[in-house]
Design a protein around this ligand. Structure first.
Ligand code: UDP
Length: 393
């Protein structure tokens, strides 16, 4: 059996590509080294609760086409992310909005809040923010930076805020309104029944082989011979056997607990923003689905995950690319190698009709492109790339 595409990785990028290939009448084989599909959006049921095994994923987008696209594969609930920040037991609303400013300073009007932020920005002498610390202070002032950003960011990234790019904090809205919605997105929700079902629907009709490590030298040549082209969604540096050096990633470790109580923290996400608490946040998964089971009954137990951030080392799961200058430069070098793999032209075939040359490779996804993608951005990137490749645009 020969396939048009070998897709390495059954996460969102791979699943969307597989779906589009199928729609275009092409054949694809999907392989994943894990024993499950859905990559890091994988969810698993525990006590009737869909647990986000690789960390919380809240789907949000401004891209109407992507929103319409995912509706084909899942029904989304009306979950709106409103995390709470816990700073040594003081609770603040996130993202930074009038509730946060009122609690921090006692200010009541948007004008008072804006004045306070401006005073603190001026006192810090920041005009043209060059890094995350300066960007944060210039957006929300020193008090909020110290209590809600500094400790959390340093725990999450294992780096000083001064050494991190400003764009990371720009992911978060700052609002002079009373609005605890964490995202500035027109569309938001969680797939009813979990993400795994959604990805399963995307992969419907496509052959998937699990527990298959493409990069294992015992497998690679054999798998390459099965397809005309490879879509690779694993880490780009691993593909090249780290020959230019390791790209840095942050990894995350979860301590999961099932508790015999109905309500642990009253919210899906509580961020521990001080530097002393070792975890960055606690997720209470049942609140992604309003504490109910599929029939609308209250769930008696709860599952929580404490999230610990660490520097990635070989053998760990990579989660977040570290998009500082050093790593971005190294990625550009790997990208040149990747582009050459993509431009490769297939050679002749042997007596069995099998190609002798290695197939060209397209790199995609958070790991393949070393990019801090959100789910909707991954889907957009996969759709665009697939349409270009399949000429279905
Ligand atoms: N952040 C923070 N305090 C918080 C939440 C987020 O300082 O309570 C900062 C932190 O630097 C983080 C960035 O905002 O890396 C982006 O947060 P986001 O929630 O988007 O990260 P993700 O959900 O991808 O882990």
């Amino acid at each position: 059996m020969k396939y048009d595409y070998l897709i390495v990785g059954a996460g969102l990028y791979g699943a969307v590509f597989a779906r589009e290939a199928k729609r275009a009448g092409k054949t694809a084989l999907v392989v994943d080294k894990r024993d499950h599909i859905a990559g890091n959006v994988y969810t698993e049921q525990v006590e009737g609760i869909h647990v986000h095994i690789y960390g919380a994923h809240i789907f949000h987008t401004n891209d109407k086409e992507v929103w319409d696209y995912v509706q084909e594969f899942a029904t989304f609930n009306r979950f709106t992310n409103s995390p709470v920040a816990n700073y040594h037991g003081e609770l603040y609303s996130l993202p930074f909005n009038m509730y946060t400013f009122n609690k921090m300073w006692g200010v009541v009007t948007p004008e008072e809040a804006a004045t306070k932020i401006e005073e603190q920005r001026k006192a810090a002498g920041i005009t043209d923010p060059q890094n995350l610390e300066e960007q944060a202070i210039s957006l929300v002032g020193t008090d909020i930076y110290e209590k809600l950003i500094k400790g959390y960011t340093q725990k999450q990234w294992g780096r000083e805020c001064k050494d991190l790019p400003a764009f990371i904090i720009k992911r978060l809205p700052v609002r002079l309104t009373f609005d605890n919605n964490y995202f500035n997105a027109l569309y938001q929700g969680i797939p009813v029944g979990g993400y795994t079902g959604m990805v399963e629907n995307m992969l419907d009709g496509t052959e998937v082989r699990l527990g298959v490590d493409y990069l294992d030298p015992a497998n690679k040549a054999e798998l390459d011979a099965l397809a005309d082209k490879v879509i690779y969604t694993g880490p780009i540096d691993a593909y090249f056997d780290y020959k230019l050096g390791n790209l840095e990633y942050r990894s995350v470790r979860f301590e999961n607990e099932t508790l015999d109580i109905p309500n642990f923290q009253g919210n899906a996400a509580v961020n521990y923003t001080d530097a002393e608490t070792p975890w960055t946040r606690i997720i209470e998964h049942k609140w992604f689905e309003f504490g109910k089971d599929a029939d609308g009954n209250d769930l008696p137990k709860t599952v929580i995950s404490r999230e610990f951030s660490s520097e990635w080392k070989p053998g760990d799961e990579p989660y977040y690319p570290v998009n500082d200058q050093k790593n971005s430069d190294l990625y550009q070098e790997y990208k040149k190698l990747a582009d050459a793999e993509g431009a490769r032209v297939m050679g002749g075939s042997d007596s069995h009709g099998c190609s002798k040359a290695k197939p060209p490779v397209i790199f995609g996804g958070r790991l393949g492109e070393y990019k801090y993608y959100d789910m909707d951005q991954v889907i957009r990137a996969a759709l665009d790339r697939a349409r270009e490749e399949l000429k279905t645009k």
